[in-house]
Design a protein around this ligand. Structure first.
Ligand code: CP
Ligand code: NVA
Length: 316
Protein backbone atom coordinates (compact mmCIF):
# COMPACT_ATOMS: atom_id res chain seq x y z
CA UNK A 1 0.00 0.00 0.00
CA UNK A 2 3.06 2.30 -0.04
CA UNK A 3 3.42 4.90 -2.82
CA UNK A 4 6.85 6.17 -1.80
CA UNK A 5 10.06 5.04 -3.54
CA UNK A 6 12.16 5.46 -0.35
CA UNK A 7 13.34 2.14 1.09
CA UNK A 8 10.75 0.95 3.56
CA UNK A 9 11.77 1.16 7.21
CA UNK A 10 11.18 -1.78 9.53
CA UNK A 11 11.62 -2.16 13.29
CA UNK A 12 12.86 -5.69 13.84
CA UNK A 13 15.40 -5.05 16.58
CA UNK A 14 16.15 -2.08 18.82
CA UNK A 15 19.14 -0.87 16.85
CA UNK A 16 17.07 -0.48 13.68
CA UNK A 17 16.62 3.07 15.02
CA UNK A 18 19.76 5.18 15.26
CA UNK A 19 20.24 7.17 18.48
CA UNK A 20 18.83 10.32 16.81
CA UNK A 21 15.89 8.39 15.35
CA UNK A 22 15.12 6.75 18.69
CA UNK A 23 15.03 10.22 20.28
CA UNK A 24 12.58 11.41 17.59
CA UNK A 25 10.27 8.47 18.25
CA UNK A 26 10.43 8.98 22.02
CA UNK A 27 9.74 12.72 21.73
CA UNK A 28 6.72 11.89 19.56
CA UNK A 29 5.68 9.30 22.16
CA UNK A 30 5.74 11.98 24.87
CA UNK A 31 3.62 14.09 22.49
CA UNK A 32 1.05 11.30 22.17
CA UNK A 33 0.99 11.00 25.98
CA UNK A 34 -0.02 14.67 26.16
CA UNK A 35 -2.52 14.53 23.28
CA UNK A 36 -3.71 11.15 22.05
CA UNK A 37 -4.75 12.60 18.66
CA UNK A 38 -1.90 14.92 17.66
CA UNK A 39 -1.29 12.91 14.48
CA UNK A 40 -3.57 10.53 12.55
CA UNK A 41 -1.39 9.16 9.74
CA UNK A 42 -3.69 6.21 9.08
CA UNK A 43 -6.87 8.24 8.52
CA UNK A 44 -8.55 6.57 5.62
CA UNK A 45 -8.97 4.04 7.19
CA UNK A 46 -5.98 1.85 6.46
CA UNK A 47 -5.65 -1.63 7.87
CA UNK A 48 -2.65 -2.70 9.96
CA UNK A 49 -2.12 -6.46 10.32
CA UNK A 50 -1.40 -7.57 13.89
CA UNK A 51 -0.36 -11.23 13.83
CA UNK A 52 0.11 -13.19 17.05
CA UNK A 53 1.84 -16.58 17.07
CA UNK A 54 2.14 -16.35 20.89
CA UNK A 55 -0.23 -15.15 23.63
CA UNK A 56 -0.51 -11.42 24.41
CA UNK A 57 -2.55 -8.97 26.43
CA UNK A 58 -0.66 -5.64 26.44
CA UNK A 59 0.77 -5.82 22.94
CA UNK A 60 -2.51 -6.84 21.37
CA UNK A 61 -4.52 -4.17 23.20
CA UNK A 62 -2.02 -1.35 22.75
CA UNK A 63 -1.50 -1.97 19.04
CA UNK A 64 -5.25 -2.41 18.45
CA UNK A 65 -6.17 0.77 20.32
CA UNK A 66 -3.16 2.59 18.88
CA UNK A 67 -3.94 1.79 15.24
CA UNK A 68 -7.56 2.88 15.78
CA UNK A 69 -6.42 6.12 17.44
CA UNK A 70 -4.13 6.80 14.46
CA UNK A 71 -7.21 6.61 12.25
CA UNK A 72 -6.61 3.10 10.98
CA UNK A 73 -8.17 -0.32 11.27
CA UNK A 74 -6.44 -3.02 13.36
CA UNK A 75 -6.74 -6.45 11.79
CA UNK A 76 -5.84 -8.92 14.53
CA UNK A 77 -4.83 -12.35 13.22
CA UNK A 78 -4.24 -15.45 15.30
CA UNK A 79 -1.20 -16.99 13.62
CA UNK A 80 -2.29 -20.52 14.48
CA UNK A 81 -5.64 -20.19 12.69
CA UNK A 82 -4.16 -18.38 9.68
CA UNK A 83 -2.52 -20.26 6.81
CA UNK A 84 0.87 -19.29 8.32
CA UNK A 85 0.01 -21.77 11.05
CA UNK A 86 -0.48 -24.47 8.39
CA UNK A 87 2.87 -23.79 6.79
CA UNK A 88 2.15 -21.19 4.11
CA UNK A 89 5.50 -19.56 3.30
CA UNK A 90 6.18 -16.32 5.16
CA UNK A 91 7.15 -14.64 1.88
CA UNK A 92 3.78 -15.50 0.31
CA UNK A 93 1.98 -14.15 3.37
CA UNK A 94 4.03 -10.93 3.12
CA UNK A 95 3.06 -10.50 -0.56
CA UNK A 96 -0.63 -10.88 0.29
CA UNK A 97 -0.63 -8.62 3.35
CA UNK A 98 1.36 -5.79 1.85
CA UNK A 99 -1.21 -5.29 -0.92
CA UNK A 100 -3.97 -4.74 1.62
CA UNK A 101 -2.41 -3.25 4.73
CA UNK A 102 -0.23 -0.27 5.68
CA UNK A 103 2.00 -2.13 8.15
CA UNK A 104 2.56 -5.62 9.52
CA UNK A 105 3.07 -6.11 13.27
CA UNK A 106 4.10 -9.63 14.19
CA UNK A 107 4.71 -11.54 17.43
CA UNK A 108 6.43 -14.78 16.57
CA UNK A 109 9.19 -17.23 17.44
CA UNK A 110 12.63 -17.00 15.75
CA UNK A 111 13.95 -13.63 14.62
CA UNK A 112 14.68 -15.12 11.20
CA UNK A 113 10.91 -15.39 10.61
CA UNK A 114 10.29 -11.67 10.97
CA UNK A 115 13.44 -10.92 8.98
CA UNK A 116 12.03 -13.00 6.15
CA UNK A 117 8.72 -11.11 6.33
CA UNK A 118 10.60 -7.80 6.17
CA UNK A 119 12.74 -8.93 3.22
CA UNK A 120 9.62 -9.33 1.10
CA UNK A 121 7.09 -6.84 2.50
CA UNK A 122 6.84 -3.39 0.93
CA UNK A 123 5.21 -1.94 4.06
CA UNK A 124 6.84 -1.48 7.50
CA UNK A 125 7.23 -4.68 9.53
CA UNK A 126 7.31 -4.27 13.32
CA UNK A 127 8.58 -6.81 15.83
CA UNK A 128 5.92 -7.28 18.51
CA UNK A 129 8.23 -9.82 20.29
CA UNK A 130 10.39 -12.62 19.04
CA UNK A 131 12.45 -15.16 20.96
CA UNK A 132 15.43 -12.80 20.57
CA UNK A 133 14.03 -9.25 20.98
CA UNK A 134 11.10 -7.21 22.32
CA UNK A 135 11.97 -3.77 20.95
CA UNK A 136 8.51 -2.15 21.25
CA UNK A 137 8.60 -2.92 24.97
CA UNK A 138 11.94 -1.20 25.38
CA UNK A 139 10.63 1.91 23.59
CA UNK A 140 7.83 1.99 26.18
CA UNK A 141 10.33 1.47 29.00
CA UNK A 142 12.51 4.31 27.73
CA UNK A 143 9.43 6.50 27.38
CA UNK A 144 8.54 5.72 31.00
CA UNK A 145 11.98 6.76 32.24
CA UNK A 146 11.77 9.92 30.09
CA UNK A 147 8.27 10.66 31.41
CA UNK A 148 9.27 10.28 35.05
CA UNK A 149 12.86 11.54 34.95
CA UNK A 150 12.85 14.83 33.08
CA UNK A 151 12.42 14.05 29.40
CA UNK A 152 14.16 12.18 26.59
CA UNK A 153 17.36 14.14 27.21
CA UNK A 154 17.60 12.61 30.67
CA UNK A 155 18.00 9.06 29.34
CA UNK A 156 21.68 9.35 28.39
CA UNK A 157 23.84 8.62 31.40
CA UNK A 158 21.04 6.88 33.33
CA UNK A 159 21.98 3.46 34.67
CA UNK A 160 19.59 0.55 34.16
CA UNK A 161 20.04 -2.89 35.69
CA UNK A 162 18.16 -5.92 34.43
CA UNK A 163 18.23 -8.98 36.69
CA UNK A 164 17.11 -12.50 35.73
CA UNK A 165 17.11 -14.34 32.43
CA UNK A 166 19.99 -12.69 30.60
CA UNK A 167 19.48 -14.83 27.52
CA UNK A 168 15.90 -13.76 26.75
CA UNK A 169 14.32 -11.17 24.47
CA UNK A 170 14.03 -8.48 27.19
CA UNK A 171 17.71 -8.71 28.16
CA UNK A 172 18.77 -8.45 24.53
CA UNK A 173 16.49 -5.50 23.86
CA UNK A 174 17.62 -3.66 27.01
CA UNK A 175 21.19 -4.08 25.79
CA UNK A 176 20.56 -2.67 22.31
CA UNK A 177 17.84 -0.13 23.12
CA UNK A 178 19.52 1.09 26.31
CA UNK A 179 22.89 1.49 24.60
CA UNK A 180 21.19 3.39 21.75
CA UNK A 181 19.76 5.78 24.37
CA UNK A 182 23.25 6.29 25.88
CA UNK A 183 22.37 4.44 29.06
CA UNK A 184 24.65 2.39 31.27
CA UNK A 185 23.07 -1.04 30.88
CA UNK A 186 23.95 -3.77 33.35
CA UNK A 187 22.74 -7.35 33.07
CA UNK A 188 22.88 -9.54 36.18
CA UNK A 189 22.21 -13.17 35.25
CA UNK A 190 23.29 -16.73 36.09
CA UNK A 191 26.31 -17.98 34.15
CA UNK A 192 24.18 -20.43 32.14
CA UNK A 193 21.68 -17.70 31.10
CA UNK A 194 23.90 -14.89 29.85
CA UNK A 195 23.07 -12.75 26.79
CA UNK A 196 24.14 -13.72 23.27
CA UNK A 197 27.77 -12.48 22.98
CA UNK A 198 27.09 -11.10 19.48
CA UNK A 199 24.33 -8.88 20.87
CA UNK A 200 26.54 -7.79 23.77
CA UNK A 201 29.21 -6.84 21.21
CA UNK A 202 26.64 -4.85 19.19
CA UNK A 203 25.52 -3.05 22.35
CA UNK A 204 29.12 -2.26 23.30
CA UNK A 205 29.76 -0.80 19.84
CA UNK A 206 26.63 1.37 20.08
CA UNK A 207 27.49 2.43 23.64
CA UNK A 208 30.91 3.63 22.48
CA UNK A 209 29.10 6.03 20.09
CA UNK A 210 26.46 7.22 22.55
CA UNK A 211 28.52 7.50 25.74
CA UNK A 212 26.68 4.61 27.36
CA UNK A 213 28.21 1.39 28.65
CA UNK A 214 27.49 -2.30 29.04
CA UNK A 215 28.21 -4.62 31.96
CA UNK A 216 27.32 -8.31 32.08
CA UNK A 217 27.89 -10.03 35.41
CA UNK A 218 26.61 -12.90 37.52
CA UNK A 219 26.83 -10.77 40.68
CA UNK A 220 23.29 -9.41 41.15
CA UNK A 221 24.15 -6.89 43.85
CA UNK A 222 27.17 -5.58 41.94
CA UNK A 223 24.92 -5.06 38.93
CA UNK A 224 22.21 -3.31 40.97
CA UNK A 225 24.46 -1.04 43.02
CA UNK A 226 23.47 2.62 42.49
CA UNK A 227 21.19 1.79 39.53
CA UNK A 228 18.63 4.46 38.56
CA UNK A 229 16.28 1.87 37.01
CA UNK A 230 15.80 -1.72 38.18
CA UNK A 231 14.13 -4.07 35.70
CA UNK A 232 13.30 -7.74 35.51
CA UNK A 233 11.17 -10.20 33.54
CA UNK A 234 9.71 -13.66 33.92
CA UNK A 235 12.16 -16.52 34.41
CA UNK A 236 10.10 -18.63 32.00
CA UNK A 237 9.48 -16.91 28.69
CA UNK A 238 6.89 -18.09 26.17
CA UNK A 239 8.39 -21.17 24.58
CA UNK A 240 10.52 -22.05 27.66
CA UNK A 241 7.74 -23.85 29.53
CA UNK A 242 9.28 -27.32 29.15
CA UNK A 243 12.35 -26.23 31.15
CA UNK A 244 10.38 -24.28 33.79
CA UNK A 245 11.35 -26.57 36.69
CA UNK A 246 15.09 -26.53 35.97
CA UNK A 247 15.03 -22.74 35.49
CA UNK A 248 13.70 -21.94 38.96
CA UNK A 249 16.77 -22.47 41.16
CA UNK A 250 19.49 -20.65 39.18
CA UNK A 251 17.42 -17.47 39.07
CA UNK A 252 16.63 -17.19 42.81
CA UNK A 253 19.66 -14.92 43.58
CA UNK A 254 18.46 -12.54 40.83
CA UNK A 255 15.02 -11.81 42.31
CA UNK A 256 14.20 -8.10 42.52
CA UNK A 257 13.44 -7.68 46.21
CA UNK A 258 14.09 -5.34 49.16
CA UNK A 259 17.76 -6.37 49.32
CA UNK A 260 18.31 -5.38 45.68
CA UNK A 261 16.37 -2.14 46.09
CA UNK A 262 18.49 -1.28 49.15
CA UNK A 263 21.65 -1.14 47.01
CA UNK A 264 20.04 0.60 43.99
CA UNK A 265 19.71 4.39 43.91
CA UNK A 266 17.31 5.51 46.67
CA UNK A 267 14.74 6.79 44.14
CA UNK A 268 15.29 4.01 41.57
CA UNK A 269 12.35 3.24 39.28
CA UNK A 270 11.18 -0.36 39.02
CA UNK A 271 10.17 -1.71 35.60
CA UNK A 272 8.66 -5.03 34.54
CA UNK A 273 7.21 -5.63 31.08
CA UNK A 274 4.48 -7.87 32.61
CA UNK A 275 3.01 -10.39 33.08
CA UNK A 276 4.72 -10.60 36.49
CA UNK A 277 5.07 -13.61 38.74
CA UNK A 278 5.13 -12.24 42.29
CA UNK A 279 7.42 -14.21 44.57
CA UNK A 280 9.49 -15.42 41.61
CA UNK A 281 11.39 -12.76 39.65
CA UNK A 282 10.04 -9.91 41.81
CA UNK A 283 8.45 -9.61 45.24
CA UNK A 284 4.93 -8.22 45.67
CA UNK A 285 6.41 -5.62 48.02
CA UNK A 286 8.55 -4.19 45.21
CA UNK A 287 6.23 -4.45 42.21
CA UNK A 288 3.28 -3.10 44.19
CA UNK A 289 5.44 -0.59 46.09
CA UNK A 290 6.04 3.15 45.68
CA UNK A 291 9.02 2.86 43.32
CA UNK A 292 7.17 0.70 40.81
CA UNK A 293 6.38 2.35 37.47
CA UNK A 294 4.90 -0.74 35.84
CA UNK A 295 1.44 0.69 35.14
CA UNK A 296 2.83 3.79 33.43
CA UNK A 297 5.14 1.41 31.56
CA UNK A 298 2.17 -0.66 30.37
CA UNK A 299 0.25 2.48 29.33
CA UNK A 300 3.31 3.73 27.48
CA UNK A 301 3.14 0.76 25.12
CA UNK A 302 0.25 2.64 23.49
CA UNK A 303 2.02 6.00 23.16
CA UNK A 304 5.38 4.56 22.13
CA UNK A 305 3.91 2.29 19.45
CA UNK A 306 1.71 5.05 18.03
CA UNK A 307 4.85 7.16 17.77
CA UNK A 308 6.79 4.31 16.16
CA UNK A 309 4.07 3.53 13.59
CA UNK A 310 3.68 7.23 12.76
CA UNK A 311 7.43 7.60 12.35
CA UNK A 312 7.72 4.50 10.14
CA UNK A 313 4.67 5.32 8.01
CA UNK A 314 5.86 8.87 7.42
CA UNK A 315 9.11 7.48 6.02
CA UNK A 316 7.75 4.63 3.90
N1 CP B 1 4.73 -6.97 27.95
C1 CP B 1 4.05 -7.62 26.98
O1 CP B 1 4.50 -7.70 25.82
O2 CP B 1 2.87 -8.12 27.38
P1 CP B 1 1.92 -9.10 26.55
O3 CP B 1 2.64 -10.42 26.41
O4 CP B 1 0.68 -9.18 27.38
O5 CP B 1 1.68 -8.49 25.21
N1 NVA C 1 10.35 -12.66 28.04
C1 NVA C 1 8.91 -12.75 28.03
C2 NVA C 1 8.31 -11.42 27.73
C3 NVA C 1 6.80 -11.40 27.80
C4 NVA C 1 6.21 -10.09 27.43
C5 NVA C 1 8.46 -13.78 27.03
O1 NVA C 1 9.02 -13.84 25.92
O2 NVA C 1 7.55 -14.56 27.33
Amino acid sequence: MTASTAPVRHFLRDDDLSPAEQREVLELGLGFREDRFIRTPLRGPQAVALIFDKPSTRTRVSFSAGVAELGGYPLTIDGATSQLGRGEPIADTARVLDRQTSAIVWRTFGQERIEEMARVASVPVVNALTDEFHPCQILADLLTVAQLRGGVGALAGTSLVYLGDGANNMAHSYLLGGATAGMHVRIGAPAQYLPDPAIVADAERIARETGGSVLVTSDALEAARGADVVATDTWVSMGDEASAAERELPFVPYQVNAEVMAVAAPDALVLHCLPAYRGKEITAEVIDGPQSAVWDEAENRLHAQKALLTWLLERS
